[in-house]
Design a protein around this ligand. Structure first.
Ligand code: GAR
Length: 219
């Protein structure tokens, strides 16, 4: 007996858009890496969406960039907390409310404490302006220049309890010019760094990563 299948009324084709991974960006300063992520996240195919920006510094230029893009911001300044443990808890809570899949430290100039790391374990990435494990810390560009290396660069890595010691996700090299000073070298590194960070965050959001010991493979 013929079966009469009900017909779906014709309408415009519908596209199923997969949910984008929620990303919180931590900043302390100018926020040019944040700005690059915000440029990328408007494209749904990018896979990541910056849902919040958290800073330890109320004067961070990146806060205005976030607000102009319509992204929520929070300031968790150490001076507003009685001690380090309370600040750590404040940071963890400020980020938690955004329910991020990934936390991206992009020019965030403080060490994240154990409670923060425990809450977002394996989901925090940092960008650093040197080829780790060389020149970790707050002055990666200055230290590389003073050492006299001819090639430096940038590193995007997972955050662990050490200072810039977590497993490396991606790196790009930048040549040092004879007449470089810290500022000229840092600007050249930052232009490479922004592209690398945007690529890594998008790939993390779309396909995650695999780790084997210290070796990381982006999905
Ligand atoms: C970036 O170069 C980042 O790697 C560096 O601060 C700069 C922030 O620039 N971070 C560190 O040195 C952390 N140790 P931005 O505020 O313009 O994105």
């Amino acid at each position: 007996m013929p079966v009469d299948h009900p017909r779906t009324p014709a309408g415009p084709p519908s596209t199923v858009v997969p949910p984008r991974a929620r990303v919180v960006v931590l900043i302390s300063g100018a926020g040019s890496n944040l700005a690059a992520l915000l440029d990328a996240h408007d494209d749904v195919a990018y896979g990541a969406r910056v849902v919040g920006v958290v800073s330890d510094n109320p004067a961070a230029g990146g806060l205005a960039i976030a607000r102009a893009a319509g992204v929520a911001t929070a300031v968790v300044a150490p001076g507003d907390f009685p001690d380090r443990a309370a600040w750590d808890a404040g940071m963890a809570e400020a980020v938690r409310v955004f329910e991020p899949a990934w936390v991206v430290s992009a020019g965030f100039m403080r060490i994240l404490g154990a409670p923060f790391l425990a809450r977002f374990e394996g989901r925090i990435v940092n960008t650093h302006p040197a080829l780790l494990p060389s020149f970790p810390g707050a002055h990666g560009v200055r230290d590389a220049l003073a050492y006299g290396v001819r090639v430096t660069g940038c590193t995007v890595h997972l955050v662990d309890a050490g200072v810039d010691t977590g497993p490396i996700i991606a790196q790009e090299a930048v040549a040092v010019a004879d007449d470089d000073d810290e500022s000229s070298l840092h600007e050249r590194i930052k232009s490479v760094e922004r592209a690398l960070l945007v690529e890594v965050v998008g790939r993390l959001a779309r396909r995650g990563l695999e780790t084997t010991g210290r070796r990381v493979r982006l999905g």
